[in-house]
Write a protein that binds this ligand. Structure first.
Ligand SMILES: *[C@@H]1O[C@H](CO)[C@@H](O)[C@H](O)[C@H]1NC(C)=O
Length: 628
């Protein structure tokens, strides 16, 4: 394979200049910060932080005197500005260097009842009854799939039928996605039937277009996880299966390499698994999603580690390098990137769909190679700094911390490009709460003294915990299930902001999107990470609440579970679909939430963005980029 070293390739002409994102973000002073500017900024921020610390110490007395409730509205008066959309906007006020005057929320210490147990030494015992209830739900789902849709990629529980992603036949979407869950749940006969299917039926020589990202995270990730878990399994007959999964993973990995054939090295969104041709995304003028291009790294790097063939590793790392080189805007980036030239395209900045797992994988790449690739911690910290500075909002009524989006817009006065803040939070963003807490403890490897967190860690904890809490608040619905998309009330909406924190946007033209719940895992994923990291029992209580709501409304009497059309309607109409991530992620995270903390300990494992369990390993190869 010839490595393409040149990033800036002449465009095909479809890319117009103004499509390049060169617009300052709200709260940031310059268009692009080069390394020197960033260093200078960091220095300024440090000085500012010191100043702020002194000020906040002085302010502490006053705060105690007036009481939090009195001071709160004063502190947040200035955040009325963010709702005046389409102007040069201030930052969100969280994080360093925003200069907006209400950063004083940070630097406070945790109250005794907010301090988690010391990390690292926590030993959490299983809640066996609840854990087994989750296992029963898995069995209910799996048995229905076996009975009605065996071998098909996807399962429709209401029509009791299966379907494949393409007409070229199934690629084990459900079966491979469930292998590691079957092992975690210790369902060995079921596991063996799934293994036999992989051995006898699974074949990737399919002449059709598959999504590069989904194929990587679900199928390649599933195979790699099955390889790992079987290789460390106590039963020697299960251990004997592990070469099968590696063989399949290599076969699939080789096919996926075709997606990286673009001029820039940013993978094409699609891949034909038979011809190995990368296929541009027709729906989006050929551009790739940030999350899709930048969430293949854990899988491809582990495949290289296992095989000693570093072609996968280099392809994956090249993507991070391109993004690092392009990184505008305090580490946060638009959701579209052009594989033709490796440049970002003017588009939304958000932590939900098409953005989410880019941020997740920065941290997890750092953890995967046992913290030996510092570039990912740097990129992660920069991104989290940008998120805290630009994307965090807080509601007026209850002070809920949430994330908002930035949409490119034209300034009404002079039509220059600017950003509009949209207080919209996809359920997908709910991974971020747990991720912040995981980052703080580095999977339990970093000793954390919760009484003396430094400013960055304190911010990360407050924001992470806050996002978990607001995600739980979005479960305050008629069904107890969260919607696909929540809108938070802006301060400028004065009447509403007094009485309401968030709402679901009404469906337009009968198209149901925002109010659905499709069995997504992100809230329970965060609950699992937060519980394992802090030992705070409330996370288990919340997980149980969510699980019971799934039981009540999503369980299908004839077998399986279904998403629902509207979380505010009781009883809700069920949707004829059991997503594979229900088996691979939602139930696995719930099960591990209630299990003993020695089962899949966080300091030795990472979860890919489909919750596939991969080991932390000592890298046999570290590139100059990774230590840059
Ligand atoms: C899906 O693909 C599998 C495996 O190729 C095949 O056995 C099955 O018949 C297909 N199902 C449908 C509904 O086309």
């Amino acid at each position: 394979m010839v490595e393409i070293r040149q990033r800036a390739v002449p465009t095909t002409g479809s890319e117009k200049d103004h499509d390049q994102v060169k617009v300052p973000l709200p709260g940031s002073a310059s268009n692009r910060l080069d390394k020197k500017d960033i260093d200078k900024k960091v220095e300024q921020i440090r000085t500012l932080n010191l100043l702020r610390l002194v000020l906040s110490l002085a302010g502490l007395g006053a705060v105690l005197w007036f009481g939090y409730k009195t001071v709160y509205p004063i502190l947040f008066q200035s955040s009325k500005t963010p709702s005046d959309t389409q102007t040069q906007l201030p930052g969100s006020g969280f994080g360093s260097g925003s200069g907006s005057g209400y950063g004083s929320k940070f630097g406070k210490t945790l109250l005794p009842n907010e301090q988690p147990s010391p990390v690292g030494g926590i030993k959490l015992d299983a809640d066996i009854e609840k854990r087994e209830a989750v296992k029963d739900a898995f069995v209910w789902s799996w048995n229905a799939y076996e009975k009605y849709a065996w071998g098909a990629d996807e399962f429709s529980p209401l029509s009791k039928s299966g379907s494949n992603l393409t007409s070229a036949g199934g690629v084990g979407y459900t079966i491979v996605d469930s292998l590691d869950a079957l092992l975690v749940f210790d369902l060995i006969p079921e596991y063996e039937r799934a293994r036999d299917w992989c051995k006898n039926e699974l074949n990737f020589d399919k002449d059709a277009t598959f999504n590069t990202f989904e194929t990587t995270i679900r199928i390649l990730g599933g195979l790699l996880s099955a390889h790992y878990l079987t290789s460390v399994h106590p039963s020697s007959s299960v251990q004997a299966d592990s070469p099968l999964y590696l063989e399949l993973a290599v076969d699939l990995g080789e096919r996926l390499l075709g997606a990286f054939s673009s001029p820039s090295g940013i993978p094409w969104s699609g891949i034909n698994l038979a011809t190995r041709n990368g296929i541009p995304d027709k729906d989006n003028q050929g551009v790739a999603s940030l999350a899709e291009a930048a969430s293949l790294q854990l899988e491809l790097k582990y495949l290289s580690h296992l095989t000693g063939d570093y072609v996968y590793w280099r392809k994956a790392e090249k993507v991070s390098e391109i993004i690092r080189g392009e990184a505008v805007h305090d580490g946060i980036a638009p959701i579209f990137i052009n594989p033709m030239n490796g440049q970002f395209v003017a588009s939304e900045i958000r932590l939900g769909s098409r953005g989410d797992s880019y941020y997740e994988y920065l941290l997890k790449q750092y953890l995967q190679t046992d913290r030996q690739e510092p570039v990912y911690r740097d990129m992660y910290d920069e991104a989290m700094g940008g998120i805290k500075k630009h994307l965090i909002g807080q509601t007026k009524k209850s002070g809920l911390i949430f994330t908002q989006e930035l949409h490119p817009a034209r300034h009404p006065r002079d039509q220059t490009q600017t950003w509009q803040i949209v207080p919209k939070q996809d359920h997908l963003v709910c991974f971020l709460g747990g991720s912040f807490i995981l980052g703080l403890t580095e999977g339990g490897k970093k000793p954390v003294d919760w009484k003396v967190l430094d400013e960055r860690d304190m911010e990360d904890f407050i924001v992470g915990k806050g996002i978990v809490e607001s995600c739980m608040k979005t479960h305050d619905t008629a069904t107890g299930l969260a919607p696909e998309i929540a809108m938070f009330v802006q301060w400028s909406d004065e009447q509403r902001a007094q009485t309401e924190d968030w709402y679901i946007k009404p469906n337009q033209n009968g198209v149901l999107i925002d109010g659905r719940n499709i069995l997504r895992p992100e809230t329970v994923e965060s609950l699992f990470l937060a519980y394992r990291s802090t030992g705070d029992e409330k996370y288990r209580e919340w997980g149980w609440q969510v699980f019971q709501a799934f039981q009540k409304w999503c369980k299908v009497p004839s077998g399986g579970y279904a998403g629902i059309e509207d979380v505010q309607t009781v009883p809700p109409k069920q949707l004829d679909r059991m997503e594979t991530f229900w088996l691979a992620e939602t139930l696995k995270y719930l099960y591990l939430l209630f299990d003993d903390s020695d089962h899949i300990p966080l300091d030795k494992h990472i979860f890919n963005t489909e919750a596939h369990i991969l080991p932390v390993f000592q890298p046999g190869y570290i590139s100059p980029f990774a230590t840059s």
